[in-house]
Every structure is written in C-alpha cells, then in structure tokens.
Design a protein around this ligand. Structure first.
Ligand SMILES: Nc1ncnc2c1ncn2[C@@H]1O[C@H](COP(=O)(O)OP(=O)(O)OP(=O)(O)O)[C@@H](O)[C@H]1O
Ligand SMILES: [Mg+2]
Length: 348
C-alpha cells in the first residue's frame, strides 16, 4: 500500500501549493465548447495578424542588434582590454503579455536589456544608448523615465510600442545563454535592477508553473477580455492589471491541471467567487532567499497585513502584485466574480 501511494505521488505532478481539485480528462463536449470559445476570441479581434507578428519579431531582432553594438562601443570607449571588448555583450529579453503569448494587435512589448557591470544605468543606458536611439529614423516618440520606480525608456520602433528596462548585473560579460531565472543574478545589484529583472523572472516562472501553457493562454485571453469589458482591468484604478489576471488564471490551471479553457473559465468564477480574501493567491511557496531582499510577509510586515487581495508573484523576491486594491474595488470585483459564476452555472 505504502509503496503504491508513494509511486502515485511521484508520477502525478503537483502544481502549486495544494493538490488539484479535479484531475479528470476533458470530454468531447469540452473540446467542442473550447473550439467555440477560441472562435469567439478570434472574432473579438484578440489575435494579431501573421504580418504583425513578423514585424514584432523583426523589431525585437533589430533592438537586440542595437544594444549589442552599443555595448561593444561602450566597452571600447571605456578603454577595456581587447578581450573584454570581444566579449562585450548585452541582451534583450521580453516579458509581460507579449512573452506570455496573450497580447492583442497593437499591444506594446515589455522588454529588458541586460548589460554588464561596467555599463551603468544613468550614464550609459539613459545617456549613450538614449542618444543612439534618438538618432535613428525608425525610432519615434522616445521618452526616458529614469526616475520611475522601475526606470524605463519608452519609444516606438517602426510603429511597435516598446517599454525598455535595464538590468545592470554584476557580471563582466553577458553570455548569450544567460539564465536570469537563477537567484544568483540578483547578487550585488542595485534595487532598480532587482525590480527590472522581476518582470522577466515572474513571467518565466508563471510559464513554468502552469500544467498546460496552451490552455493557460486561451483562458487568460478570455479573462482579460472579460475584465476589460466589465471595467475591472486597470492597475492604476485599483482593479487588477495584466500580471494579476495572469496569476489568478495560472492558479486555476494548477487546480484543474487537465481541464480545457471552457471549464477553466467557469472554474475561475467558481473558485474566486468562494475565495476568502485576504487569503493570498500563490503559485508556489514564498522563499526567504539568502540575499536579504524583503519578501511579502504579513506576519512580519504591518504594511503587508493591510493588503486586501494579495496575489503573490512567484519569483524571488515574492511580492504582492495587487497592493492597489481598495475595499470598494474589491467589492466590485467580488460582485463581478459572483455574476460570472451565476452566468456559468446556467445549464446549457
Ligand atoms: N504590480 C506589479 N507587480 C509585479 N510585477 C508587475 C506589476 N505591474 C507590472 N509588473 C510586471 O511588468 C509586466 C508588464 O506589465 P503590464 O502592466 O504591461 O502587464 P501585461 O501583462 O504586459 O499586460 P498588458 O497587455 O496590459 O500590457 C508584468 O507582466 C509584470 O511582470
Ligand atoms: Mg505590457
């Protein structure tokens, strides 16, 4: 008996903080309903054209070339030896809705440039790289925001909107296959770099922690459309933004690992209609880490105890992504979950 139990445990992967609620396989009905849902999302204009997708890839490729040229010139100008000039490199990563694969036509691309220790944010990124970009005819509407909580360069590249962050990591050279999901990348860097790396690290973790990426994407597209139509998609207004909806959907995917999007949408409403906030939604346990970075911890931090609807990011240092939620916006969202649940419970 014991060994049987153990082997079952070993073969059934567990996603997240608890056992799944339901592991049943989808029925023929689910397959048909999910196909209908996908058609509905496509008819709502949620998917970009093939041409637009290619244009985005070209823009990202060009941006990667530009930061590489910038870093070579930067390293040479600073008088580093020829070996360092040869190895000089910077690299573009993507995150946000584009990286998650749920962006719509015309959406912006959240990008991160990772550069070596000698290329500073203020002088090199907001100085030299900014000037390089400003001289390029294909770059329009270039706005540096160096004093933001997460400093960013915003611009349009051949009509594609880009948010470009900078991570100044403690390495002399950036290898092309750099893995920024290792916590060691956070060692000896400034706060802005920790924050700038966070978006990519969180996005990568979400994709790792969901049992089926395709089902996650379709369900998230549906919930984003629903939230926008119901007026509850906005971080600044105290509702939830892209990252929060992604985390909520990812948790439902973990609880129903084999379900198709038609079922995941109705379970989304069922689970969150019953959820007892401020119990946190988490995709994995919060690790303290060895770097001394503050993590979300309501037992220790008074401020964290005030959060009404904690939705915790899954990469170290774990934080609450929905600190903007207020009593009134929470009430509106709970009413919306209830409404969604009632609609989904109507027999078809
Ligand atoms: N409150 C937050 N807490 C933690 N990370 C955040 C927060 N806001 C934004 N981010 C990070 O920045 C990324 C981009 O944010 P953004 O608001 O552009 O969302 P998005 O998922 O790209 O959706 P959208 O399509 O609306 O742009 C998020 O995916 C997340 O990684
Ligand atoms: Mg975005």
């Amino acid at each position: 008996m014991g060994s049987l139990g153990l082997s079952n445990y070993a073969t059934a992967p567990r996603f997240g903080m608890s056992d799944p609620i339901f592991t049943g396989e989808p029925t023929e009905f689910d397959v048909i309903k999910t196909r209908e849902l996908e058609k509905f999302l496509a008819d709502a204009g949620l998917y970009e054209s093939h041409e637009e997708a290619i244009r985005r890839e070209e823009v990202l490729g060009r941006l990667d070339q530009i930061v590489k040229i910038w870093m070579k010139n930067n390293t040479r100008t600073k008088g580093f030896n020829e070996q360092l000039v040869q190895e000089a490199n910077a690299k573009i990563f993507t995150f946000g809705s584009y990286r998650l694969g749920v962006h719509g036509p015309g959406a912006d691309i959240d990008t991160l440039c990772v550069g070596p220790r000698h290329a500073t944010r203020d002088e090199d990124f907001f100085g030299e790289l900014y000037r390089m970009l400003a001289e390029m005819p294909e770059i329009q509407e270039l706005h540096p925001v160096p004093d933001a909580y997460v400093p960013v360069l915003q611009f349009k590249f051949n009509e594609v909107s880009i948010d470009l962050l900078y991570a100044n990591v403690a390495l002399w050279a950036i290898p092309e296959d750099l893995d920024i999901s290792q916590d060691s990348i956070l060692q000896n860097v400034d706060e802005q770099t920790v924050r700038s790396l966070n978006g990519c690290r969180v996005t990568d973790q979400i994709l790792r922690l969901v049992p089926n990426i395709q089902s996650f994407r379709t369900t998230l597209r549906c919930m984003r459309l629903w939230a926008k139509r119901r007026g509850v998609y906005s971080n600044v207004l105290g509702f939830l933004g892209g990252i929060n909806w992604a985390l909520l959907v990812a948790r439902i995917c973990q609880l129903y690992p084999n379900a198709l999007p038609n079922m995941l949408v109705s379970r989304f409403f069922k689970v969150y209609n019953l959820w007892r906030w401020p119990n946190p939604v988490m995709l994995c346990p919060i690790q303290d880490g060895s770097l001394g970075l503050p993590v979300w911890d309501p037992r220790r931090n008074f401020r964290d105890r005030q959060h009404l609807m904690p939705i915790i990011t899954p990469a170290h240092p774990c934080m609450n992504s929905s600190y903007n939620v207020s009593t009134s916006t929470l009430r509106v969202m709970m009413e919306e979950f209830q409404r969604g649940n009632e609609i989904c419970e109507v027999p078809l």
